[in-house]
Design a protein around this ligand. Structure first.
Ligand SMILES: C[S@@+](CC[C@H](N)C(=O)[O-])C[C@H]1O[C@@H](n2cnc3c(N)ncnc32)[C@H](O)[C@@H]1O
Length: 295
């Protein structure tokens, strides 16, 4: 028998629109390395809004929580099955896992503050949240071609400083560099591949497009197609094709409870990785400082 719910747990209906998610939204290994480093030496981890299992560590005991049956069904057989549940009400005891994580999910929760308090409650160690900074998403060229999708997204993402404040403890925020050939197809992943947005399957795997009308999408596709064909996109943004990474709006927020003594320093989270086709190592990314507790 399949567990189920009658209404989506978040602001996007993955049971209706998420069936092809895992084909285009896959773990980007260089980003996963940062997430896993942030989990420190945790042996037991709860992954909330776990979806098809992206970014889930394979070398630790994982409890996965995911409300959408269509997403649970896409989890590979070799990883733990996910429990039908929501962030706002985790079926775990206080301090029952070493770490809690959530990737690209918090902006969809009905009550993200309550959900984050739940992650903090069940973890005796770090809480690791990967999300986008809504105040930075308009720096991406997509804003020029489809301001409607950026406006819709802006209203969805909880402010980074508020996430940090709700999690409390000793909190740090890191910018996450997006590699040019990123295999996780979120919007900024295609910063140097504009033609990808002309593919309805690509847009369909990004929940953002669920918040703009078909007419707006048609206009966007028409105008972007024209500017790719007449060379205008290339003239304005072609320099991005030689940028091995994009420092966009992707952020990793790591909260350690007060009194915890993490085995790693902040710098260790930005694991060095070489961009494809480049021998250059990425140094520690620029720091963001949005409140006193962040470094
Ligand atoms: C964009 S997907 C991310 C999935 C996965 N974490 C990843 O990185 O690919 C967002 C996920 O959050 C889940 N979600 C939405 N609302 C939720 C809630 N209230 N509690 C837990 N998960 C939720 C959705 O069902 C969906 O699987």
């Amino acid at each position: 028998m399949q567990a189920g719910r009658t209404t989506p747990a978040g602001d996007f209906d993955y049971d209706q629109f998420g069936r092809g998610y895992s084909q285009l939204r896959r773990t980007e290994p260089r980003i996963a390395a940062m997430v896993h480093a942030a989990l420190g030496n945790a042996r037991t981890v709860v992954n909330v809004g776990a979806g098809a299992g992206s970014y889930e560590p394979r070398d630790r005991y994982v409890v996965a929580i995911e409300p959408s049956a269509a997403m649970r069904a896409q989890r590979p057989r070799e990883i733990a099955p996910a429990i039908d549940g929501v962030a706002e009400r985790l079926p775990l005891d206080d301090g029952s896992v070493d770490a809690a994580m959530s990737t690209l999910s918090v902006h969809q929760w009905q009550d993200w503050r309550r959900g984050l308090r739940e992650l903090r409650r069940v973890s005796r160690g770090p809480v690791v949240v990967m999300t986008f900074d809504g105040d930075e998403i308009n720096r991406f060229w997509l804003a020029e071609y489809c301001p409607e999708v950026i406006a819709a997204e802006h209203g969805r993402f909880p402010p980074i400083a508020e996430i940090a404040a709700v999690l409390g403890g000793r909190t740090r925020v890191q910018k996450v560099p997006i590699p040019i050939d990123c295999v996780d197809g979120f919007t900024e992943a295609y910063y140097a591949r504009p033609a990808a947005f002309l593919d309805a399957r690509v847009r369909g795997s990004q929940s953002a497009w669920g918040f703009v009308s078909a007419e707006v999408q048609e206009r966007f596709v028409r105008e972007l197609t024209a500017e790719i064909e007449n060379g205008e996109w290339e003239r304005k943004h072609g320099h991005l094709r030689s940028e091995p990474v994009f420092w966009g709006a992707l952020r990793l927020i790591v909260s350690e409870p007060w009194g915890a003594h993490p085995k790693h320093r902040d710098e260790d989270i930005s694991v060095a990785w070489a961009s494809p086709g480049s021998s250059a190592q990425q140094g520690p990314p620029p720091r963001t400082r949005k409140n006193d507790s962040m470094s």
